[in-house]
Design a binder for this molecule. Structure first.
Ligand code: HEC
Ligand code: HEC
Ligand code: HEC
Ligand code: HEC
Ligand code: HEC
Length: 625
């Protein structure tokens, strides 16, 4: 492949780099530059752990696992079949990734050094992030997070009696041992020893039993993402460190927190031990604690073809890894041949259906009405924030429709127009995280300060009302840079309430909670900000082709709205003895002019019981409806 071309034939533009070099030459290094592009180098994106070109034995191709770990009649429970239909298996083919990567490289030179290490670890380990646009990745690099990436991972913390003993020498020989797991700080076994949960009774290949593979710490390696170009200041702001230098300590808590899925989990109830969610997640194991418990649900079956000597396992973790992605596999399938992706139409359909199932299981909805106000409560049932992780373009919202007694629609809040992919946000609650650049970085980059999608430059969280998980504490989340921003949750609160004023005449409210993966605002940003190649347009076209990231229904409930409790029957603005008198007048057959329905206990009769209830409402403020 010629230099300057990516796998999809996109031409790489080095104009920004040249502008930067010229700026440096002109002595403008510390000054602000007009448009995009800070002069970061490969060194600024250094993360500890195994480094490129350091493995004596390269990572094996995932295709080589297929002969035994696929096609033995178990469908997606087969490791290779399941994995092929996951976003991790397709992470280096994901068109949204390439669109985002192009903007990241425009914004901060060599940012791709950071991105490629997680989205194609074998490409990165093979030194092919030398072209930060991904133009040098080749062959098996497109397998994304391949089998060997996970199965050669060594626990960076040596645990005597648990870690394979060879790990002690592997870790001792490591030039840059990780401080804490994040940002792809993986340590790879220099040899092809396949590590997994079991003690095997046969030797199909080199293997090691590894409790690390049953722990969330393994997923932490990539599911806490930090931006190493920024250093945390004493006031918790983040500023550029010295450019063209490595942060050798690589402590995530001193870098800008882009994603904190693992840390959110580590500060949740789930990290304290198994939680019984009664089969909501986990396959045949209702007690869920780790990431694997929910994202690799267990079943009974074989991890490899039994004719190759695999044993029947009662606790077989499936490589399903479904989360929130409900459409990008279709885009990958449209852009790459099935012979390369390993995907089938049925497999794609099944994976997307499982993701929709995860989203439906992710929350519960409760409704309350006092006749005047409708309150929606969205309860987070996941092991991290809802939503978690990659925040750009992800959102969850509450849609409410009020109907009159004839069933006609009176009013709607949080309307989503599918044709234009436009959400009316102003009259409802939207759960999301917004990062962007603060004034200091805005001045240094020429961007406007405030929320935005410049992944590689964002250095401030402007808003984050994503719902915390069970076991949430403010102190715990503050300690991992995951506090709510511009929003408050009490310790222990893993739900959120929203109050809607009920329009007059409403008899029923229908409430739906939706999740959308890729918002219109985000995909248009990726298309319009790209001055480098056509990756943004390509991603946009896929988004448009596959239904503009169709929202997924997470919850739906309906509630009958009874009229509010009227105690001010004589309409004088006070609830007092005068109202009881007015009510007695009605019952005695006199006056008919009272506000509201005098049958306030709704038993069909206007009688003494209504007077008793009125007294109760006026004296005690108790409205039973
Ligand atoms: C010749 C057949 C064969 C091939 C090829 C093969 N495996 Fe396996 N592998 C097996 C068998 C059989 C088992 C045992 C499964 C069991 O009993 O649960 C196994 C088990 C494993 C385990 C579990 C280890 C443990 O201790 O829990 C991992 C991990 C693994 N293989 C990874 C791979 C990877 C990665 C590849 C490709 C690079 C691969 N295998 C290729 C046959 C094979
Ligand atoms: C530490 C590993 C890591 C690094 C470094 C990293 N990512 Fe990711 N990326 C992830 C994970 C994990 C997810 C999935 C999280 C989620 O879905 O919430 C993800 C998701 C994404 C997505 C969403 C894809 C989709 O289909 O919606 C994009 C786009 C993306 N990353 C781009 C980038 C870019 C560009 C960079 C570099 C500036 C980068 N990533 C660096 C781990 C990483
Ligand atoms: C080598 C880095 C790496 C490791 C280790 C890793 N992940 Fe991921 N993961 C990624 C990347 C990159 C993505 C996003 C791919 C994309 O969307 O393009 C991702 C995406 C996901 C998703 C989102 C899928 C979706 O459809 O929204 C889930 C769930 C997930 N990973 C679970 C796990 C679990 C569980 C573990 C630990 C057993 C784990 N990951 C370990 C890099 C990693
Ligand atoms: C109790 C079950 C549970 C546990 C434990 C759990 N998750 Fe999730 N996870 C979910 C559900 C349900 C969703 C879908 C809703 C959402 O997007 O938050 C999800 C979504 C995700 C996503 C996709 C986010 C996106 O926007 O694309 C990633 C990535 C992920 N989880 C990773 C992890 C990792 C890593 C861990 C462990 C540190 C973990 N999960 C622990 C249930 C769980
Ligand atoms: C994102 C990391 C990740 C990737 C990628 C991955 N695995 Fe695994 N795999 C795991 C984890 C974690 C376990 C153990 C989970 C547990 O026990 O809870 C596991 C378990 C296994 C096992 C034991 C039995 C079983 O079937 O679960 C085999 C075999 C295996 N993997 C093979 C593979 C093969 C082959 C591939 C590629 C096609 C692959 N894995 C890709 C993380 C991964």
């Amino acid at each position: 492949m010629s230099h300057g071309e990516t796998h999809s034939g996109q031409r790489r533009n080095t104009r920004l780099e040249k502008v930067w070099v010229a700026a440096v030459a002109a002595g403008l290094l510390a000054a602000s530059i007009a448009s995009g592009g800070i002069g970061t180098t490969v060194l600024d994106f250094f993360i500890p752990g195994s480094q490129p070109n350091s493995l004596p034995v390269r990572l094996a191709s995932s295709s080589g696992c297929q002969s035994c770990h696929a096609n033995y009649g178990q469908g997606d429970a087969e490791p290779h079949t399941g994995w092929s239909h996951t976003m991790m298996g397709q992470a280096a083919r994901d068109p949204i990734f390439y669109a985002c990567l192009a903007v990241a490289n425009q914004d901060a030179s060599f940012a791709g050094e950071l991105c490629l290490r997680c989205h194609t670890p074998q490409g990165w380990l093979g030194g092919r992030s030398s072209d930060p646009s991904g133009g040098a990745i080749t062959g098996t690099d497109f397998q994304g997070v391949g089998c060997s990436v996970c199965h050669r991972m060594v626990n960076p913390t040596y645990v005597p009696g648990q870690s394979p003993s060879v790990d002690q020498s592997i870790l001792a020989a490591l030039p840059f041992p990780p401080t804490n797991p994040h940002s792809g700080s993986f340590v790879m076994d220099p040899q092809d020893r396949r590590r997994g949960p079991y003690a095997l009774s046969t030797n199909p290949h080199q293997w090691l039993q590894s409790p690390f593979h049953r722990s969330s710490a393994m997923c932490a390696t990539c599911h806490d993402v930090s931006n190493p170009i920024y250093s945390r200041q004493s006031d918790d702001s983040y500023l550029l460190g010295t450019l063209n230098s490595r942060d050798l300590a690589g402590d995530k808590f001193t870098q800008f927190p882009v994603e904190r899925t693992y840390s959110e989990w580590a500060n949740s109830l789930f990290a304290q031990g198994p939680v019984d969610l009664q089969g909501r997640f986990g396959g045949n194991n209702p007690l869920v604690s780790t990431c694997q418990d929910c994202h690799m649900p267990k079943t009974q079956g074989y991890g490899a073809n039994p004719t190759n000597g695999a044993e029947l396992r009662a606790d077989l973790p499936q490589h399903l890894f479904n989360g929130a992605n409900t459409w990008v596999l279709r885009a990958v399938n449209a852009l790459y041949p099935a012979s390369e992706t390993g995907m089938t139409p049925a497999g794609i359909y099944a994976s997307i259906a499982r993701a929709q199932g995860m989203l439906a299981a992710a929350s519960d909805l409760q409704l309350f009405s006092d006749g005047a106000t409708l309150t929606t409560r969205v309860i987070n049932m996941t092991g991290h924030k809802l939503p978690t992780g990659y925040s750009e373009g992800r959102r969850i919202w509450v849609n409410v429709r009020f109907f009159d007694t004839a069933g006609a629609l009176l009013a709607e809040r949080g309307h989503y127009d599918a044709a234009s992919a436009t959400l009316t946000e102003t009259d409802t609650k939207v759960y999301r995280g917004d990062s962007g650049v603060d004034e200091v970085i805005a001045a240094q980059t020429g961007l406007a300060p405030g929320p935005g999608f410049h992944f590689a430059l964002n250095n401030k969280w402007f808003f984050d009302n994503r719902i915390p998980p069970m076991g949430f504490t403010n102190a715990g989340f503050a300690s991992v840079q995951a506090s709510p921003v511009g929003y408050a949750y009490a310790d222990g609160q893993y739900w959120d309430d929203t109050a809607f004023v009920i329009p007059p005449g409403s008899a029923r409210a229908q409430v739906q909670v939706y999740h959308q993966l890729t918002s219109k605002e985000y995909i248009e940003f990726l298309r319009d900000q790209n001055t480098t190649n056509d990756a943004g347009l390509l991603a946009y076209n896929q988004w448009a082709q596959w239904g503009k990231s169709p929202p997924t229904l997470m919850d739906e409930k309906s509630i009958d709205i009874l009229p509010p409790c009227y105690a001010d029957f004589n309409s004088d603005g006070n609830f007092d003895a005068g109202d009881i008198d007015a009510l007695i007048d009605v019952i005695a057959g006199g006056a008919t002019q009272v506000q509201g329905d005098p049958d306030i206990n709704r038993d069909g009769n206007v009688d003494q019981a209504d007077i008793d209830l009125a007294i109760d409402i006026i004296v005690g403020g108790n409205c039973p409806f």
